[in-house]
Design a protein around this ligand. Structure first.
Ligand code: ZN
Ligand code: ZN
Length: 324
């Protein structure tokens, strides 16, 4: 009964869909309080505090993230028997539900904490919303992680599909699952902002309206911000490349530099682009390992955690995983 009330409020209030908690306290279901996740000591801020519902290990200048990618909120893409299931909202008939159902994953993502730039400039001809059209594109679908531990996919649809069309299958949190059940976002979304709201960092979960907006991080170390910088200031629009990216210090509201000289993109409607990046700015082979392969992801994370003191050849390790 109460879930119907939540749905009604979601429906009625399009400007702030998470005034209600994702799943009411005391009710069964997955939410930001019980979505799991562990953080080891060496994980830097703000990732350690802000990235929820995932296991985080930092070692050898690298951060590893292991996640189920189960969204900590209601979704029509959960099985109808799931406590987090809610009926699909077709928003007046323009949206439709894809045939896929969310399944628990064992996603493994690893990236350099101090990545090396490829030295490229992203121009308009490189950004077309389609996979497989440029050598410098991210190589796969699962290429980043959001603040609620769910997968970030790049800002492209599969070959032959149109990302702008796929958007119409998103749930109210701007996510949807693949045919393997991998729930993911492609850009700005209320779910990551709800994770920040849950921590008391922002007062709005509406993309474009929060005091600060961080959606997640891509596997090459590119951060995905929303409209403002992490100190709340407006980015210099003239600096942004064709995927709304630029290099700048990521500074928090206390003036602390979190990441110096870091490439990041602004997924922001007011800046003309709401998607995650398409072109990979930093070196490194982004892993797609671990999708649907829990044992390997977990083993690798454990091995990785045990190797703190050893020099780890991240690139080689990634090659090994990719060829495994
Ligand atoms: Zn998608
Ligand atoms: Zn910026």
């Amino acid at each position: 009964m109460h879930r119907l009330l939540v749905l009604a409020s979601l429906w009625a209030c399009t400007t702030s869909i998470t005034d209600e908690p994702f799943v009411d306290e005391g009710e069964p279901g997955r939410d930001l309080d019980d979505c799991g996740g562990t953080v080891e000591d060496d994980v830097p801020e703000p990732v350690a505090s802000w990235l929820r519902c995932a296991d985080l290990v930092a070692a050898g200048g690298t951060l590893a993230v292991n996640s189920t990618s189960l969204p900590p909120h209601l979704s029509p893409y959960y099985a109808e028997t799931d406590d987090n299931y809610v009926a699909f909202d077709d928003r007046g008939g323009d949206w439709w539900q894809n045939p896929n159902t969310i399944a628990s994953q064992d996603l493994l993502l690893r990236f350099d904490l101090e990545p090396v730039a490829k030295g490229l400039t992203t121009t308009a001809d490189m950004v077309d919303g389609s996979a497989g059209t440029h050598d410098e594109e991210y190589r796969g679908e699962f290429q980043g992680v959001g603040l609620d531990g769910t997968a970030l996919f790049t800002g492209v649809a599969a070959p032959g599909d149109d990302i702008a069309e796929e958007e119409y299958t998103f749930d109210l949190y701007e996510g949807h699952p693949t045919n393997l059940g991998v729930y993911h976002h492609h850009g700005a979304n209320p779910a990551a902002l709800a994770a920040l709201e849950h921590l008391g960092e922002v007062g709005s979960t509406v993309p474009g309206e929060a005091e600060i907006e961080l959606y997640g991080v891509m596997c090459d170390g590119t951060f995905v911000l929303g409209c403002p910088e992490l100190d709340g200031s407006a980015p210099d629009e003239a600096e942004l490349d064709a995927q709304n990216g630029h290099v700048g210090d990521l500074v928090d509201r206390d003036g602390t530099t979190l990441f110096a000289g870091r490439y990041h993109v602004h997924a922001c409607a007011a800046l003309g682009r709401t998607y995650t990046p398409e072109i990979q700015y930093y070196e490194g082979q982004c892993l797609e390992a671990g999708v649907g392969d829990g044992a390997r992801a977990r083993d690798d994370l454990e091995r990785f955690g045990q190797k703190h003191a050893q020099t780890l050849c991240v690139r080689c390790e990634q090659c090994r995983l990719q060829s495994a």
